[in-house]
Design a protein around this ligand. Structure first.
Ligand code: GMT
Length: 376
């Protein structure tokens, strides 16, 4: 396979889409491709220097004549410059808007036959797709891309149902860096967090948006806590964090819920956890499930979006209906009290990662697709 020059645009801040875009870029660079990140800031996982990776910063200036800073135009301008200067073969953008639309504009500005690949991650469809002021632009971004991928079949189908683009949508699942996400010796981390050796650890990782249904996590933990000595680790930050903190004040679990905020070394936290909960009402994939599973943590997720494509109920975790936190607690207690069930789920989870979500096979799927659309 020939080595390609690939531009990547994503939101560089914390979030699954940024993680996937960055990890993909790093893995492609390790395979000899030349990678050009075109983003507004250095992607947060881009933590190692590689001669094959260049970062091109999009400068967004604010002028008093503009009510809003023109990020989209500045991005398209930078993309066009990089397409020409670096002779890119492919531009892979994450999110239909604004990124796919910017890529199409940039291709036109650069007068290039570069291939444009758009990956849909969820919010661009499941939230913005309902906004009539954006729907036409999303459809345009999808239809004018050479290839469009979605991170689950569910998201591909939802895009078809909602936007009806005249375009096929291919599924390429998310993946994790297996070197990073593996069960580690976390030293005395449990003790440092004030967790007693006999206490079980339940974990939830998200950006605390309403769609994550964190109150359901807390309700189910309350029931689990009645049966099993345990602590709940809430990792991440976002709009719902403060109301959740307020809601548990003075309750039986007040001292057993630890709010850890945003964290970098997630694999260490997963390594001390015994159960992961993701009870969202919208979730195109649920990358944190893969991360947890790879670190040996059984997962319970809702029957929503792409989650059932990651967890097969009763095999590598449990699937519950949205809002059924009593069922979550039932399964949670079962898993935490039954070491052989716990091990069985962990073993199956590791097999599922190897068989369906291995970084090697997912990166190869992207490479094959790039080869199809690359500048000839
Ligand atoms: O979950 C979020 O709110 C962040 C969002 C993002 O843009 O990073 O995550 C979306 O993309 C991830 C990577 O493909 C998926 O694992 C998440 O399920 C998806 N989030 C939603 O669909 C709500």
């Amino acid at each position: 396979m020939r080595k390609l020059k690939i531009g990547i645009t994503c939101y560089p801040s914390v979030g699954g889409s940024g993680v996937i875009a960055t990890e993909l870029g790093k893995m492609l660079a390790a395979k000899g491709h030349e990678i050009h990140f075109i983003t507004s800031g250095i992607p947060f996982r881009l933590n190692k220097i590689s001669p094959k990776i260049t970062f091109h910063q999009v400068e967004v200036n604010s002028y008093s004549v503009f009510q809003y800073a023109p990020y989209d135009i500045a991005l398209a301008n930078k993309m066009a410059e990089v397409i020409v200067d670096e002779q890119l073969d492919v531009l892979h953008v994450h999110y239909a808007i604004p990124h796919a639309v910017c890529a199409i504009l940039a291709k036109d500005m650069a007068n290039s036959d570069i291939g444009i690949v758009t990956t849909l991650h969820g919010t661009d469809i499941t939230v913005l797709g309902y906004d009539s002021s954006l729907k036409g632009a999303i459809k345009y971004g999808i239809e004018k891309s050479d290839v469009v991928t979605a991170v689950s079949h569910s998201l591909g189908q939802e895009t078809m149902d909602l936007i009806s683009p005249n375009k096929d949508i291919e599924t390429i699942y998310n993946f994790i860096d297996e070197q990073e996400y593996t069960k580690k010796d976390a030293g005395n981390l449990k003790e440092l967090l004030g967790i007693k050796p006999h206490e079980k650890v339940v974990i939830h990782v998200s950006n605390f948006r309403k769609v994550k249904h964190v109150p359901d996590i807390v309700q189910s933990f309350k029931l689990i806590h009645e049966e099993v000595p345990s602590k709940l680790l809430l990792v991440g930050d976002g709009p719902e964090k403060h109301p959740i903190m307020e809601s548990i004040k003075g309750t039986s679990i007040e001292n057993d819920v630890l709010f850890l905020g945003k964290q970098e070394n997630l694999s260490e936290l997963y390594s001390i956890a015994d159960l992961m909960l993701l009870l969202s009402e919208k979730e195109s994939f649920g990358l944190v499930l893969l991360e947890a599973m790879a670190c040996g943590v059984p997962c319970i997720g809702t029957n929503v979006g792409g989650i059932p494509e990651v967890i097969t109920n009763g095999e590598n975790g449990f699937i519950v209906e949205l809002g059924d936190w009593k069922k979550v607690a039932e399964h949670g207690v079962e898993v935490l009290q039954n070491p052989s069930l716990h091990k069985q789920i962990v073993d199956r989870s590791l097999e599922v990662i190897r068989d369906r979500f291995s970084s090697k096979s997912i990166v190869e799927q992207y490479e094959e697709m790039y080869e199809r659309v690359a500048r000839k």
